[in-house]
Design a protein around this ligand. Structure first.
Ligand code: OAD
Length: 232
């Protein structure tokens, strides 16, 4: 089984900024303001606007899957063994590229959750304090279905089971600074552990192979190798 962990770097070439690179999201916004339950309590409009803008960008048409997403979808179709993608990204670019088995451990930008009844809904429009929950009817209770700092990532039991079963572990475009994802490489017993990143991550030394470069160039090559075909 091939386990692929992706981070913001895999979507960089699609035009979505990463968090920690220069020009990244956390240079322009304080994490405490826009990505914590406390920030939301203090200023819900600011937080909703932050995610409204990101949602609009994702749907603008300018952002599309890049060759790394496409190659990972091809890997799932052609590897001849199970491929599972666990992403820290809240965009839907893996799905748009055709990947079927994707777990979003930090949630999804195109989903919202009711803080009152707990139901999750797909939503492409902006959120505000004026919006009613489609299920329980409560006003102003919908929040982005994204995991904020201090909250528990999603699907962790399933991910732990996948890490135990993995033969090959690949991490793409992630700085290795946010746990639990940063700890996956040391908790899996995969025989091959491959890192693909622009620069060594904070956990590079735990990998058996380090491929430095852009995901959009390195991943298609790696996928060729994994499915045992020569580049056309
Ligand atoms: P980061 O912004 O921390 O790291 C992105 C990594 O991608 C960096 O190591 C870059 O060097 C690398 N990178 C940039 N462009 C690349 C490219 N074209 N090809 C390959 N690599 C490239 O993003 P994450 O590690 O995903 O969490 O961040 C983890 C979590 O921190 C996010 O999910 C988010 C954030 O705070 C929450 O919001 C809960």
């Amino acid at each position: 089984m091939i386990f692929v962990l992706t981070g913001a770097g895999v979507s960089r070439e699609s035009g979505i900024p990463t968090f920690r690179d220069s020009g990244g999201l956390w240079e322009k916004h304080r994490v405490e303001d826009v990505a914590t339950p406390q920030g939301f309590k203090k200023n819900p409009a600011l937080v909703q606007n932050f995610y409204n803008l990101r949602r609009r960008e994702l749907l603008s048409g300018a952002i599309r899957p890049n060759p790394a997403h496409m190659a990972l979808a091809r890997l799932e179709r052609e590897a001849g063994e199970e491929v599972r993608i666990v992403t820290q990204n809240v965009d839907d670019l893996h799905e748009r590229a055709g990947s079927k088995n994707v777990l979003h451990m930090h949630g999804e930008l195109l989903k919202v959750r009711c803080r009152d009844c707990g139901k999750v809904f797909s939503r492409r429009e902006d959120l505000s304090a004026e919006v009613f929950c489609p299920s329980c009817g409560k006003k102003g209770a919908l929040r982005p279905h994204v995991v904020w700092f201090g909250e528990t990532p999603l699907h962790m039991d399933e991910i732990a089971a996948l890490l135990r079963r993995a033969d090959v572990f690949i991490a793409v475009g992630t700085s290795g600074t946010v746990y639990p994802a940063a700890g996956f490489v040391s908790s899996t017993s995969a025989r091959r552990k491959i890192e693909v990143n622009m620069e060594p991550s904070a956990v590079s030394s735990f990998f058996t192979e380090n491929l430095l470069g852009k995901a959009g160039e390195m991943i298609p090559r790696l996928v060729e190798e994994l499915i045992g075909k020569k580049a056309l």
